[in-house]
Design a protein around this ligand. Structure first.
Ligand SMILES: [Zn+2]
Length: 505
């Protein structure tokens, strides 16, 4: 049972402060801040006869353990940032000092399922086609059903199992239950749906399993705590000083945030409701939610440290990847949560990789989450697959690369929302295209790193639009394009689990 308490505090207000400029905090901890290319294992490029495998290694696989930690809804600025002059995630900052820290990593979708499937397949959403959560909602005349990964599309756990790994998945997001198909390839896949399974329980489960597992093991651990509802344990309610004081109205709205306020606001914004049932949360109430989101991040930081310490002591030769499926918005563009836009507060995610034996570094070039699987393959000296759309970050030389277009999209979690936003970013220019209406908006991200004022620059807009159209054209020609997702009717348990995190009304 969840031990979190929904406690509301009447205290003076503090502002949302994420003051540390990107990279500065991490640099304080890093012994080596460098971008010089690392010498990497040589890999032959001879194509074998097998259709599935494109590149064979000429060396022996390393058999290192692999741990992949996904922290749901964790903004990049929380990894490097502060609140009330306190680092939000000090343990993760210490981990960064031993890692390759990517300052500009982008997810390929801004809600959980398509984002994690992209990570697990090295495919863009337009190819893996695993896009939607529940297919019906308002009224609930039918049982809702959900999309799962097409059976012909291989997944990371299957790949590692095929190469001798014991595969363990600890999951706390109900969107990634067995109907999602993401469990394919895991020897054990355990769902403790949040908020009933939080970071403490997930860490305990992970430790219970890896401490008795055969090696090499692959552990995928998905934390949910920064995802709404933002209700950290009571002991974290003052972790950054006193939280903002709430009015009675805000207290009521926040008490019913996920199943009341949030769904009401989102459905209205998406045109699924003609009027709103609840009022808006005040500026002060918003600050309170930002505080509690930061406190959830700190709670996750503390719990994750138990796992990182265990690995350091008992399995130091473990490759550890820490990332997020997407960020979280807090009214930067009029709303809260995720999945409805492709702005940077959702697209820009943390990515840290600790490669045993490799010198830590900070990397400022653009990367995508679909790069993780090819990078892992090269690092472990395993064969890569020709259908992967990401690139290995070990063999992609940082000092000579051309500016790389970066892609992100969202179609929401409900097909009935009729939402289809896509974006391409090339260095600091970003073009957002509404594929339903054809509307285009160009931004220069500049110092803030976010989308503020639209930019008028016809030449740049044309360049980026061509890149985006080429991206969709290439995806359409991909051998796995057009794969059909599975469609599973949800049972009552899954329906209750999805309701508690705001995916069903
Ligand atoms: Zn998510």
């Amino acid at each position: 049972m969840n031990t979190k308490k929904d406690s509301i505090h009447r205290r003076r207000s503090r502002s949302w402060r994420l003051l540390a400029p990107i990279g500065i905090v991490i640099c304080l901890f890093l012994a080596a801040c460098t971008e010089s290319p690392q010498k990497t294992t040589e890999v032959s490029t001879v194509k074998p006869s097998s259709e599935k495998t494109a590149v064979q290694t000429t060396t022996t696989p390393s058999k290192q353990n692999v741990v992949l930690i996904v922290i749901d809804s964790l903004r990049y600025d929380h990894v490097v940032g502060q609140r009330n002059q306190e680092p939000i995630m000090p343990k993760l900052q210490r981990f960064a000092s031993k890692s390759w820290m990517y300052q500009r990593a982008t997810t390929q979708a801004t809600w959980t399922k398509p984002a994690v499937v992209s990570l697990f397949t090295s495919l863009y959403p337009a190819v893996h086609n695993t896009l939607y959560g529940v297919t019906v909602n308002l009224g609930m005349e039918q049982q809702p059903s959900v999309d799962g990964v097409p059976p012909n599309i291989p997944l990371m756990a299957e790949y590692l199992k095929e190469h001798g790994y014991t595969t363990i998945g600890i999951q706390t997001n109900a969107n990634l239950n067995e109907t999602s198909g993401i469990n394919r390839g895991f020897d054990e896949y355990i769902l403790k749906s949040y908020p009933y399974g939080d970071a403490h329980e997930a860490t305990d489960l992970a430790l219970d399993h890896i401490s008795v597992s055969k090696t090499p093991f692959f552990l995928y651990l998905h934390y949910m705590d920064p995802h709404h509802p933002y209700k950290p344990p009571e002991s974290y309610h003052h972790i950054f000083g006193e939280p903002p004081q709430l009015s009675d109205t805000d207290q009521e709205l926040i008490r019913n945030f996920t199943m009341g306020y949030y769904l009401d606001k989102v459905f209205f914004q998406l045109g699924l409701k003609s009027s709103r049932q609840f009022g808006d949360i005040s500026e002060n109430g918003r600050e309170y939610l930002k505080y509690m989101y930061a406190a959830e991040s700190r709670y996750t930081d503390d719990e994750m440290e138990r796992l990182l310490n265990w690995l350091e002591k008992n399995a130091p030769e473990t490759t550890i990847i820490i990332t997020a499926d997407h960020g979280e918005e807090f009214w930067e563009h009029g709303s809260v949560g995720h999945s409805k836009t492709v702005y940077e507060e959702l697209a820009h995610v943390p990515l840290l990789i600790r490669f045993p034996g490799k010198t830590p570094r900070i990397i400022s070039r653009d990367v995508e989450l679909i790069d993780i699987l090819p990078t892992l393959a090269e690092h472990l000296r395993l064969p890569s697959h020709e259908h992967w759309q990401g690139r290995s970050l070990l063999s992609d030389p940082p000092m000579t690369h051309e500016p790389r277009p970066i892609f992100v999209e969202t179609r929401g979690s409900l097909p009935t929302a009729n939402l289809f936003l896509t974006a391409v970013r090339l260095e600091d220019y970003k073009l957002i295209v509404n594929r339903n209406t054809g509307d285009k908006t160009l931004y220069y991200l500049g110092k803030t790193g976010g989308e503020t004022t639209p930019l008028s620059d016809e030449e740049k807009e044309r360049q980026l639009y061509e890149l985006l159209m080429k991206h969709f054209e290439d995806n359409g020609k991909h051998p796995l394009a057009g794969s059909t997702p599975t469609r599973t009717t949800l049972d009552d348990t899954a329906i209750q689990q999805l309701k508690s995190i705001g995916y069903l009304q």
